[in-house]
Design a binder for this molecule. Structure first.
Ligand code: FES
Length: 105
C-alpha cells in the first residue's frame, strides 16, 4: 500500500534542479529533467549522501558526497545497475508535486 503525499510546488523545482523533501517520514529526492519530475529515495546506498542535494546532468544525478552517479528514471547506479535506489511514483496535480510512498506499517 502506498500513500500519495504533496511534497512541493512545481515552481520549487526548475528544469535541471534537484530538491530534498520529506513524504510521510520518508526522505525523497526530486529531480526535474526537462519538465519531467522524478523521485528517488534520498539516501545514497554508498554512505547515505543526500541525492536531492546532488548535481543533475540530463537524467543523471551525481551524489554530493563521493560522486556516485544514478539514473533518476530507473534509480540504477551508472556502471553497476545492481546497485539501485528506490524510485517513487510522481504525480503532478495543478502546480503541486505529489509522490507515492509506502504506508508505514
Ligand atoms: S554517499 Fe553517495 S557516493 Fe558516497
Amino acid at each position: 500500500m502506498t500513500k500519495c503525499i504533496t511534497v512541493a510546488k512545481v515552481a520549487d523545482l526548475e528544469p535541471g534542479a534537484c530538491l530534498s523533501v520529506e513524504a510521510g517520514g520518508v526522505g525523497v529526492a526530486l529531480f526535474n529533467v526537462n519538465g519531467m519530475i522524478y523521485a528517488l529515495e534520498n539516501t545514497c546506498p554508498h554512505a547515505g549522501g543526500p541525492l536531492g542535494e546532488g548535481t543533475l546532468a540530463g537524467e543523471v544525478v551525481e551524489c554530493p558526497w563521493h560522486g556516485w552517479r544514478y539514473n533518476v528514471r530507473t534509480g540504477e547506479k551508472l556502471g553497476n545497475p545492481e546497485i539501485k535506489v528506490t524510485c517513487y511514483q510522481v504525480q503532478v496535480t495543478g502546480d503541486l508535486i505529489q509522490v507515492s510512498v509506502p504506508l508505514e506499517s
